[in-house]
Design a protein around this ligand. Structure first.
Ligand code: NAD
Length: 471
């Protein structure tokens, strides 16, 4: 087996491929490509009576806009190159969805399964202290969020530690996003990445010519899907695709193995089953495949890698039978695998666009924290009364009445979650069409990743050019 392209190499090669389609000066492209600041730390934490030295990173990829923004990953695979690749993707992702941040990412090299909740809390708090000490966190500096192995719980610990150290800082709640709703979070953040994946896929599936060329009908209804990774992103992608898209999830792969059911797997029930039994294997109605890795070769319309990078590589890419790959995870397809897949005519909806729902709603959360007010608080009641008056007038003028259910629907004012979902939907649709413009208009661009990269590059380059650093 020849050496596989690493995640870092793949991001770098993809960047170069897109950059070759632009006319920006070499120096500017180099500046955009490189990580602006890297903080590698080793700190001691007392675990079970003994000190353990924990290796961790925070990479700020681009300072062209501040604050920088990006999740924190807990995984034993973490290394500097992985965090740099993830941070770079955040820069392009933010630019693509018009979220005014530079890209960043954090990584703590630990396997979460090896630690108790109390030990994870200790590690998280110590990591936060290190970030504060080096000025690598703050509402206007660098704003972390969840990623693989972390979630709202860790974000709450980060916020609490930050606030203890920065007593009285009025905007301190905006130092981290993806927080629990009760501690200054926002409704709709937990599901945001999966929901964004669904909106992006749904938008692609409206393109009659392209979808027909794949041998499929437009629309999400009745399509089959296979998901790798039933964590935050995989779960919500599955749940929302079933509920709102009438998609059938026929295969799920997790650490313990891969299960299939051609009649469709109820993801809501599977999540409960796994929480109780600690495994997806044995879920009623499903068959377990011999090898976990065989998830890639299940015949389906849509394959959703939602676990880690480099899962689809040059040695398994040819086995893929899906027509569309939805990159819910970051970097799940290596550059070598992509070349094989594009030749086979597989469409790849790229990570930097498709999983941008998380950072989009994180942006809404940051805005909410800075404005110190919940979205919808000022206008909800006003809208409700205005709609109510309108319905009353129509019923008076027509002499016809409507049922309570219809009335409630027509007179509803928008709640925070309605506004968050609407903002996310708008963002995913708009960004898709910006990317598509480059996909259809640029002569040498034949894949969505390169089109997305160029779209992002144009925006980041334009920021640098307005600064006057690169005349
Ligand atoms: P998570 O930790 O919640 O879930 C990941 C899941 O993948 C876990 O259940 C894990 O057991 C499973 N997994 C790991 N290796 C596997 C393997 N070899 N086969 C099958 N399953 C495996 O993480 P997440 O937050 O859902 O992140 C998943 C991916 O999505 C990552 O690439 C992350 O960078 C990306 N992402 C996450 C967010 C977010 O908001 N959380 C946003 C954008 C992108």
């Amino acid at each position: 087996m020849n050496k596989q392209a690493s995640f870092f190499e793949s991001v770098s090669r993809n960047f170069d491929k897109a950059a070759a389609n632009t006319k920006y000066p070499k120096g500017l492209l180099e500046q955009i490509k490189t990580s602006n600041a890297i903080y590698k730390m080793n700190f001691p934490v007392k675990i079970g009576g003994k000190f353990e030295v924990i290796e961790a990173f925070r990479v700020q990829h681009s300072h062209h806009r501040l604050p920088t923004k990006g999740g924190i990953r807990y995984s034993h695979y973490v290394d500097q190159h992985e965090v740099e690749a993830l941070a770079a993707l955040m820069t392009y992702k933010c630019a693509l969805v018009d979220v005014p941040f530079g890209g960043a990412k954090g990584g703590v090299k630990i396997s979460t399964r090896k630690y108790t909740v109390e030990q994870l809390e200790k590690i998280t708090r110590r990591y936060t202290v290190e970030l504060v000490r080096k000025n690598f966190i703050g509402p206007g500096i660098d704003v972390p969020a969840p990623d693989y192995g972390t979630g709202p719980r860790e974000m709450a610990w980060i916020l609490d530690t930050y606030q203890q150290l920065k007593n009285g800082e009025i905007d301190s709640a905006a130092c981290v996003t993806g927080k629990p709703e009760k501690t200054n979070g926002i409704k709709g953040r937990t599901e945001a990445t999966g929901r964004g994946v669904f909106y992006g896929l749904r938008e692609y599936l409206t393109l009659e010519d392209e979808v027909k060329a794949l041998g499929l009908q437009t629309g999400t209804g009745g399509k089959t899907m296979v998901i790798q990774g039933l964590g935050n992103v995989g779960q919500y992608t599955g749940l929302i695709s079933i509920e709102e898209g009438d998609i059938k999830v026929i295969g799920v792969s997790e650490i313990e193995g891969t299960i299939v059911d051609p009649n469709g797997i109820d993801i809501a029930k599977l999540i409960k089953f796994r929480a109780k039994k600690g495994s997806i294997l044995g879920f009623p109605g499903t068959k377990t495949l011999k090898k976990r890795e065989d998830w890639v070769s299940i015949k389906c319309d849509i394959l959703v890698p939602a676990a880690l990078e480099s899962q689809i590589h040059k040695d398994n890419a040819a086995k893929i039978k899906a027509k569309i790959i939805c990159e819910a995870a970051n970097g799940p397809v290596t550059a070598d695998a992509e070349a094989i897949l594009l030749k086979k005519g597989v469409v790849i909806l790229p990570d930097m666009y498709l999983n941008a729902g998380g950072v989009t709603v994180s942006y809404f959360e940051w805005l909410k924290n800075l404005s110190h007010i919940r979205f919808g608080r000022m206008e909800k009641r006003f809208d409700q009364n205005a709609y109510s008056n309108l319905v009353d007038m129509v019923t008076r003028l027509t002499g016809k009445t409507i049922g309570v259910k219809e009335r409630t629907l027509l007179t509803k004012g928008a709640d925070e979650v309605d506004l968050v979902r609407s903002g996310l939907e708008e963002t995913m649709i708009n960004s898709f069409h910006q990317i598509r413009a480059n996909y259809t208009r640029k002569k040498n661009v034949t894949d969505y990743r390169t089109a997305a990269f160029i779209t992002a590059l144009d925006k980041v380059a334009s920021d640098y050019l307005t600064m006057g650093i690169f005349p």
